[in-house]
Write a protein that binds this ligand. Structure first.
Ligand SMILES: C[S@@+](CC[C@H](N)C(=O)[O-])C[C@H]1O[C@@H](n2cnc3c(N)ncnc32)[C@H](O)[C@@H]1O
Length: 192
């Protein structure tokens, strides 16, 4: 397994470089439609990188972060409420958040379906989901996936279209954007 608990300072120092500028712009556009003081949850937040990006474009949001590694969470900014927990067991009430962010995190979840069920549960009826991850269809995505599996990680990487179809079964309408070997998903939930 990757020892995230000991890698907080590395992610804090270098983590933002993994994110293309266009992804950060896309995230800002995605967050733009949220109401003032909307509740946003960063799942697999690590040091709270996605929260930092969110705060840079919308400083009126209420930001929370979840990660099982306290050694990552301890680097999260003071304006973020951090919770030590996993995506598969979110410690929040139903219908609590307006928006969920997952940056470079989904492929680390051992039980992706359980994590998505939890995301749907804690999201409000028309909640939003933003995912940033590596595309397993590309050579770089394949190398990263192979490397992570060698390290004992689950390597739950998706072809973006496959993830789109999966999210649609949970009631999301989904848009994909490609950035070479990376992609983002912007999804809106419609709970029945
Ligand atoms: C590559 S880091 C990304 C961190 C951060 N989102 C970023 O963009 O810098 C992946 C994170 O997922 C977390 N993680 C691993 N398994 C998890 C799980 N089951 N639920 C939630 N987070 C998990 C790790 O502890 C780690 O902090």
């Amino acid at each position: 397994m990757i020892p995230f608990n000991h890698l907080g300072w590395i992610f804090k120092t270098f983590g933002s470089r993994v994110y293309p500028k266009e992804v950060r712009h896309g995230l800002c556009k995605f967050l733009n439609v949220l109401d003032s003081r909307a509740k946003v949850l960063d799942v697999g937040a690590g040091t709270g990188m996605m929260c930092e990006f969110a705060q840079a474009c919308r400083d009126d949001l209420l930001l929370s972060a979840v990660d099982p590694a306290p050694g990552m969470l301890k680097f999260s900014p003071t304006y973020v409420t951090a919770h030590e927990a996993s995506a598969e067991a979110l410690p929040f009430d139903d219908n609590h958040f307006d928006c969920i962010l997952m940056g470079e995190a989904l492929h680390h979840f051992r039980e992706v379906d359980l994590a998505l069920e939890q995301a749907v549960r804690v999201l409000k009826d028309t909640g939003k989901l933003f995912i940033y991850d590596f595309n397993i269809q590309t050579w770089m995505g394949k190398i990263i996936c192979h490397g992570e599996k060698l390290l004992g990680e689950p390597g739950n990487f998706f072809e973006p279209e496959v993830l789109k179809t999966k999210l649609e079964t949970y009631g999301f309408s989904v848009k994909i954007k490609h950035y070479a070997w990376r992609y983002t998903i912007s999804a809106v939930l419609e709970k029945k």
